[in-house]
Design a binder for this molecule. Structure first.
Ligand SMILES: *Cc1c(COP(=O)(O)O)cnc(C)c1O
Length: 305
């Protein structure tokens, strides 16, 4: 038994018509806590539990924290999540619904993270949101499930924040002998830390994050994410916040699923016929995200230019 569930792989008629290509969706928005994060986080929590950890600590007010909270409740161990003051009421409420202890500290993730690290006692486990081999191994299960269906895509589209999903998907592609399948790695222009790393040839810290796609807001990607771009064909793509938000609205119409702008970024590329032109069969990782509401997406759309 794993904490995550195997998710459906469906051919999307609306996206296929928009892109002029066959677009397949791996629906990880349907994971119990709303995003793919449960694959890697669930795996990491199970490994730490088996090694004796009886308290889990996270500093993510987003989907990683939610996945830790869900995993802790399922494993029967307490979870503490330290979040910065900027975290929305909605995110805190979702964490409390999973019985996590929520501590609000500091004005930025860095400050929340510093406090979180001081709370990790001997035998406790700290679960990083993207930079941990246990996470990547868990995320790789997404590719195993696709391989098991017998469908081999000509390209994989996914969103990149800190690069944990990218690292896991590339691990999955490689362990299944699919090292030839290109990955289209999508970021919003204001959170383009992988793009910057690929240009520089080494990871770089962005001076600031300027995107409404909060779940993509890692200032620096994991070293592993950049290393993946040397082992697998990885093409970096950027979309605007507006395009990501519009893709969220369109996807809600088309598939009745509400996802975060972080996921809308990948969907925006998949809806774009020119970006998809080279690939007859495309797999889109619908990574999901639980923290956005429709009201918030519509309000953001009125704000961005
Ligand atoms: C975490 C997250 C991402 C980015 O994943 P990384 O592993 O940080 O690259 C994208 N979309 C959603 C919904 C997420 O929760």
């Amino acid at each position: 038994m794993t904490l995550h569930i195997p998710t459906p792989l469906i051919e999307s008629r609306p996206l296929s018509l928009a892109a002029g290509r066959n677009i397949w969706l791996k629906l990880d928005a349907l994971q119990p806590c709303g995003s793919f994060k449960l694959r890697g986080v669930g795996h990491a929590c199970e490994v730490h539990y088996a090694r004796g950890a009886r308290h889990l600590v996270s500093s993510s007010g987003g989907n990683a924290g939610l996945a830790v909270a869900y995993a802790g409740r399922k494993l029967g161990v307490p979870v503490t999540v330290v979040v910065p003051e900027t975290t929305t009421e909605r995110a805190k409420e979702l964490l409390r619904l999973e019985n996590a202890k929520v501590l609000v500290h500091g004005s930025s993730w860095q400050e929340a993270n510093e406090l979180a690290l001081t709370l990790v006692g001997a035998g406790d486990a700290f679960i990083h949101p993207f930079d941990d081999p246990l996470l990547w191994a868990g995320h790789a299960s997404l590719v195993d499930e696709v391989v098991a269906t017998g469908f081999k895509p000509d390209a994989v589209v996914l969103s990149v924040g800190g690069g944990g999903l990218l690292s896991g998907v590339v691990e999955g592609l490689q362990r299944n002998g699919w090292a030839d399948v290109p990955v289209l790695a999508v970021e919003t222009t204001g959170a383009a830390s992988l793009h910057a790393a690929m240009q520089a040839g080494h990871t770089v810290a962005l001076p600031r994050i300027a995107s409404i796609a909060g779940s993509l807001g890692a200032k620096r990607v994991a070293e592993q994410a950049l290393a993946c771009t040397r082992r697998q064909p990885v093409h970096s793509h950027l979309v605007s916040d507006r395009a990501a938000l519009q893709a969220c609205e369109r996807f809600l119409q088309d598939h009745r699923l509400l996802v975060e702008p972080a996921c809308g970024a990948a969907l925006a590329l998949a809806y774009d016929a020119s970006a998809m032109a080279r690939y007859p069969n495309v797999l889109v990782v619908v990574c999901g995200g639980a923290t956005a509401t429709l009201e918030q997406i519509q309000a953001w759309l009125r704000q961005v230019d």
